[in-house]
Design a protein around this ligand. Structure first.
Ligand SMILES: CC(C)(COP(=O)(O)OP(=O)(O)OC[C@H]1O[C@@H](n2cnc3c(N)ncnc32)[C@H](O)[C@@H]1OP(=O)(O)O)[C@@H](O)C(=O)NCCC(=O)NCCS
Length: 175
């Protein structure tokens, strides 16, 4: 368990499957996440989910985001861990809309970044978000991320943002 101010990050578990399925089949969330909406049945999803949980990943770590009173409201994680370059990409989804615009996303990202810089040797964390997703940009700016480029992929335009360990240390002392 990794504790932030408003949230707790914990390992994923089978009981998350129902919420995750609801969020992954939601058209608006899929659009915001620039990912295809899931169309498989829940029983099939559950089978895949169960085997995924058993598999230990060396290039990615996923966490559930819970409120301090234990409600599962979303997920986050880091992926594409590149030890040679010393970097990884982070991703976040607050699936429960009741928790948007209340600082839960910023607290989850801040907590995840703190965990990565404290527990790994990685020096750079980056992310991408759709260029029109201003809520996401604002959230990441609040966490100390700065814009570092643009990317066009599959006809979609993304803003790239990053935070370096040194910036983060500096940002922490100023916060
Ligand atoms: C993007 C996301 C992680 C942000 O988390 P959150 O808890 O909603 O965000 P926060 O409350 O920490 O910060 C959002 C900020 O954007 C502001 N905001 C919201 N809509 C906005 C808009 N259209 N334009 C500008 N700012 C906006 C909020 O007021 C808030 O700023 P404030 O704290 O100064 O008031 C979350 O909303 C989410 O997962 N959304 C659905 C999926 C998604 O967009 N995924 C893309 C991730 S790359």
């Amino acid at each position: 368990m990794i504790t932030g101010n408003k949230i707790v990050l914990r390992g994923k578990k089978l009981a998350d499957a129902k919420n995750d399925y609801t969020w992954k089949t939601d058209p608006e969330l899929a659009r915001l996440d620039a990912s295809p909406r899931l169309t498989t049945s829940f029983p099939q999803y559950l089978l895949d989910y169960t085997s995924e949980l058993r598999y230990s990943h060396s290039i990615r770590r996923n966490f559930a985001i819970e409120t301090q009173d234990g409600k599962h409201i979303g997920n986050c994680g880091y992926y594409g861990i590149d030890e040679t370059k010393g970097e990884a990409e982070v991703g976040i989804m607050i699936g429960n809309r009741d928790y948007w615009d209340k600082g839960y996303g910023a607290d989850a990202v801040t907590t995840l970044v703190k965990y990565i810089f404290r527990e790994t040797n990685l020096n750079r964390i980056y992310l991408k978000s759709l260029d029109w997703n201003t809520r996401a940009h604002k959230c990441f700016q609040k966490c100390g991320f700065t814009r570092c480029g643009r990317l066009v992929k599959d006809g979609l335009s993304f803003v790239l943002m990053e935070i370096h360990r040194k910036q983060w240390q500096q940002w922490q002392t100023e916060a």
